[in-house]
Design a protein around this ligand. Structure first.
Ligand code: SF4
Length: 415
């Protein structure tokens, strides 16, 4: 990957003292990537670190031919959602030195780091023989479930241009008999969550997301049906009560949202806008532009506020992708202005707008494009945090404990 690499985390920490060094480091690791030295890779094969052949969302292959560890943890507990071993030209490295994992930038040792401990349910199987780690993957404190592992936007080339989602499903989600599951059986979902919850104090939220499927009597009806089925299966573990959860879904209409709220224990909903600028949205997200269009995605978020309540609806932006060539913004200032306009628009209406660091994955149409500077992300997370705070919004269900993927919600730790 090609990166625009001006100031690093230390220099930016001095320039932006309200953005902690650990948050800057996290975003730079996400932006530039992470590799493991052979010694570190050998070490993470140990039972306490080995995440096995767990299903990986952004599939670029696991590190070398060995098992990959879970999310990286910085010394202050900040989690870094980064896929170790992907295709990074200028990434950070983790080495094993004197029995400790050490983060390196080139030859410079930055800090000691850890990996997320392997959860107790990994290595176990459901009653159908399905490895539980292929049903739900674990972040430090969150379970991630993909009930349907195929995005129909890829058919006809309508996928989002930055997306490499589910491209490795065939390699990583095989059942015990080698069969590849596109749809996860709800009973496997129920049993896996039941088993995961036995680990004391480990998990505090379940997140669901699937590939988009516009089919059905109404657009997305079939997808909503599957989401309800999976959520009801999880809900059996909570005796039908509402449980700490997030569904990252598509632009559902009010009836579909009402069904999700009334027929399941879902707590929060997240239709991702991805790109705010109307022209760039249409260019970068052709599937979303078609089903049902940018206005429909915005309306779905606003309707969801009526159903789930203010502060219980989220939307994510793939921050930085709006600068990609040839149609993207020419300057980082213009891109930032677009994000702040979006955040203000949504915050006024009770929707939490969060940013994700854009990675030009191999397998996406934007592979090889330059990423924005780390300073862009420093200014972005500060601005988004301040706008939401001014509107009394907190990302309570998408914060560092639950998700750990957003530099801007990490800043709420200081509020
Ligand atoms: S909706 Fe877009 S980002 Fe999501 S899986 Fe489909 S192509 Fe990828």
């Amino acid at each position: 990957m090609v990166t625009s690499n001006a100031l690093g985390p230390l220099a930016l920490a001095a320039r932006y003292p309200r953005v902690p060094r650990f948050v800057l480091l996290k975003m730079d690791i996400q932006r530039r990537g992470l590799a493991l030295t052979p010694a570190a890779l050998d070490a993470v094969q140990a039972p306490e670190w080995d995440y096995g052949r767990s299903y990986v969302i952004y599939g670029q292959g696991s590190a070398a031919r060995k098992n990959a560890p879970g999310p990286l943890l910085l010394r202050d507990g900040t989690s870094v959602m980064v896929l170790a071993g992907a295709d990074y030209a200028d990434g950070y490295t983790v080495d094993l030195r004197d029995g400790a994992f050490v983060l390196l930038d080139g030859d410079d040792a930055i800090d000691e780091v850890e990996f997320t401990p392997r959860p107790d349910y990994y290595g176990k199987r459901t009653s159908r023989g399905v490895p539980m780690e292929t049903v739900a993957t674990a972040r430090p404190q969150r379970l991630d479930i993909n009930p349907y592992r195929h995005c129909h936007f890829w058919e006809g080339g309508n996928q989002c241009r930055y997306c490499a989602y589910f491209t490795d499903v065939k390699a990583t989600s095989a059942l015990a008999d080698g069969h590849v599951a596109r749809k996860v059986d709800p009973e496997d979902v129920y049993e896996t969550v039941r088993e995961a919850l036995k680990e004391p104090g480990r998990f505090s939220q379940v997140m669901l997301t699937s590939g988009a499927d516009p089919s059905g009597t109404q657009v997305f009806d079939d997808e909503v049906e599957r989401q309800i089925e999976a959520l009801q299966a999880i809900g059996r573990n909570f005796r039908g009560r509402r449980f700490a959860s997030q569904l990252i879904g598509c632009a559902y209409d009010k009836h579909q949202l009402r069904r999700l709220h009334d027929e399941t224990g879902l707590a929060t909903f997240c239709p991702d806008i991805e790109v705010w600028d109307p022209k760039l949205f249409d260019w970068i997200c052709p599937g979303k532009a078609k089903w049902p269009g940018r206005d429909g995605w915005i309306q779905s978020a606003l309707d969801a506020v009526e159903v789930f309540g203010p502060g219980n609806v989220y939307t994510n932006a793939v921050a930085g992708v709006e600068l990609c060539k040839p149609h993207g913004f020419a300057t980082e200032d213009e891109a930032l202005a677009s994000h702040f306009e979006a955040c203000e628009f949504f915050a006024k209406r009770g929707v939490v707008y969060l940013s994700l660091v854009w990675i030009p994955w191999r397998g996406s149409q934007l592979h090889g494009q330059a990423q924005p500077s780390l300073e862009f992300y420093a200014r972005l997370v500060l601005g988004l945090h301040d706008i939401r705070k001014a509107h009394g919004l907190r990302a309570h269900n998408d914060d560092y404990r639950h998700c750990g993927n957003h530099g801007d919600s990490d800043l709420e730790r200081l509020d």
